[in-house]
Design a binder for this molecule. Structure first.
Ligand code: SF4
Length: 473
């Protein structure tokens, strides 16, 4: 925190106007950006509605059109353009933006966030029920949508995209209409991407820093209705904050600030949450990695072929039927793309089984490293969060595969991509190793080195997986 606040060029205590209804003028680039976000909020709301309009158009229109022709392009077919916009630009772009700017996508541009907040201003305003506060929702929702998305080929077909994204948006509106008042209950508790964004924002070099002393010393000031219901006074990290800028300057104590990307994970005053750890190990690094690579995996084909042979030999050919509806399993005969029940079962087994196995292996490496570090070490949960940069690199690499396949389909030559991919993977792995080293500060040197070596098994495993996907399969 000291790092963050030091980056504000004018100390809080020197700011004039403490106790005034409006925050004092602030200098400095980042605090100024935060102030601009607050001041120009009506413009941002207008921008959010433009994004809602674009999102709805690209989601709904292609779903009612025939599938794009083989020779169509991004620039002359709305379905292809929408596919590229959603999966080639939007998702990888949002991940990159979250790592580099914090959750600014959530607070400034997200159409689902804007809609649920809008609905919540007009809805019943009921209190949030206990079941909705279950800390396992982010991981559970992420696992379900990731697996279901692969079963219905959400990246390929507009109807599938409409079902998953549109369904999520309708659920967000419904939650807004029933719960909360002007808040984003959906985003805080149920959004399937919330857990991923919360993790990636931990290494963002920007956050809203809170000067607790200035806050306490300040006189009463109008309450800030933070849509994701962050306890701003006690806010220390960037995970829960949607970076909307509404609280910029509040009590002369909250300012958008630069920080070191490792500051939050190394901050011992922030208690690590196990729900973040499981989301990272089993969600972002586990099942998401399997979801990105199952379609090119020869292992999956081997499993499928041998299971099919066994089923035929034993007269169980029901699983080889392909009569499932498109909303359950991919069924687009016009594109020669039809899944059998066996395809569906093998994909689920590969994603869930492979994701769980990967998660267990990463957990084991981290737990052993924490054990070696002993009582002077950071403990399992804090050390596991050292893998956040690796998770960020992994998810960006995975999502950018969609960008690349779209561009390759347009005959762009991307043979040079091997090196940048390796570079991103190495950067994520080295950043994670650096965090593990810093987190074990205070541990005896031999133990510290042994702990780092055990921890290094996690980046090594992920590097092995990604290099196999990129250079072997
Ligand atoms: S704490 Fe809340 S009000 Fe402040 S920037 Fe973050 S999301 Fe916006």
């Amino acid at each position: 925190m000291a790092d963050s606040l030091a980056s504000i060029p004018v100390t809080m205590s020197t700011l004039a106007g403490r106790g005034a209804a409006h925050p004092a003028p602030v200098s400095g680039f980042w605090p100024g950006i935060g102030e601009a976000l607050r001041r120009y909020r009506p413009w941002i709301l207008g921008l959010q509605w433009l994004v809602v309009l674009g999102y709805a158009t690209l989601l709904v229109v292609p779903a009612w059109l025939p599938l794009p022709a083989e020779d169509s392009h991004l620039w002359n077919d709305i379905s292809r353009f929408a596919q590229f916009a959603f999966w080639g630009l939007w998702w990888p772009g949002v991940m990159v933006a979250t790592v580099s700017l914090g959750r600014v996508w959530c607070g400034v541009l997200c159409p689902e966030g804007a809609l649920t907040e809008w609905a919540s201003r007009r809805g019943l305003g009921l209190p949030v029920p206990r079941w909705m506060k279950w800390s396992g929702w982010p991981l559970f929702a992420f696992l379900c949508t990731t697996t279901y998305g692969q079963l219905i080929s959400v990246y390929e077909y507009p109807k599938a995209a409409l079902l998953i994204l549109g369904g999520s948006t309708l659920a967000a509106i419904a939650v807004g209409l029933v719960y909360g008042k002007g808040s984003r209950i959906w985003c805080r508790h149920l959004c399937p991407a919330n857990g991923v964004f919360a993790l990636l924002a931990k290494i963002a070099p920007l956050h809203y820093a809170v000067d607790r002393a200035a806050w306490e010393a300040h006189g009463p000031q109008k309450y800030v209705d933070c849509a994701p219901l962050v306890d701003i006074r006690r806010m220390k990290g960037a995970s829960d904050c949607h970076a909307c800028g509404k609280c910029s300057g509040h009590r002369d104590a909250v300012w958008l600030s630069a920080r070191k990307p490792w500051a939050e994970i190394l901050d011992v005053t922030i208690k690590p949450k196990l729900r973040d750890v499981w989301m990272l190990l089993f969600g972002v690094l586990g099942i998401a990695t399997m979801a990105f690579q199952w379609s090119s995996s020869p292992i999956l084909i081997d499993i499928k072929m041998s299971t099919a042979e066994w089923l035929l030999d034993h007269g169980h050919d029901l699983l080889l039927q392909n009569d499932a509806p498109w909303w359950l399993l991919t069924h687009f005969p016009e594109a020669n793309d039809v899944f059998t029940w066996l395809d569906g079962a093998v994909i689920v087994a590969y994603l869930v089984g492979g994701g769980a196995a990967l998660g267990v292996a990463l957990t084991a490496a981290t737990a052993i490293a924490a054990r070696i570090a002993g009582n002077d070490g950071p403990g399992f949960a804090r050390l596991a969060l050292g893998l956040v940069p690796l998770g960020a690199a992994s998810v960006i690499l995975g999502l950018s595969m969609l960008t690349i396949s779209h561009l390759k389909a347009e005959h762009l030559s991307l043979d040079w991509l091997g090196l940048p991919r390796l570079g991103l993977l190495a950067a994520g792995a080295l950043f994670s190793l650096f965090l593990a080293w810093r987190l074990t500060h205070g541990v005896r040197l031999t133990r510290r080195i042994a702990s780092l070596l055990a921890f290094a098994a996690a980046p090594a495993l992920m590097a092995q997986i990604w290099t196999t996907v990129f250079f072997v399969w």
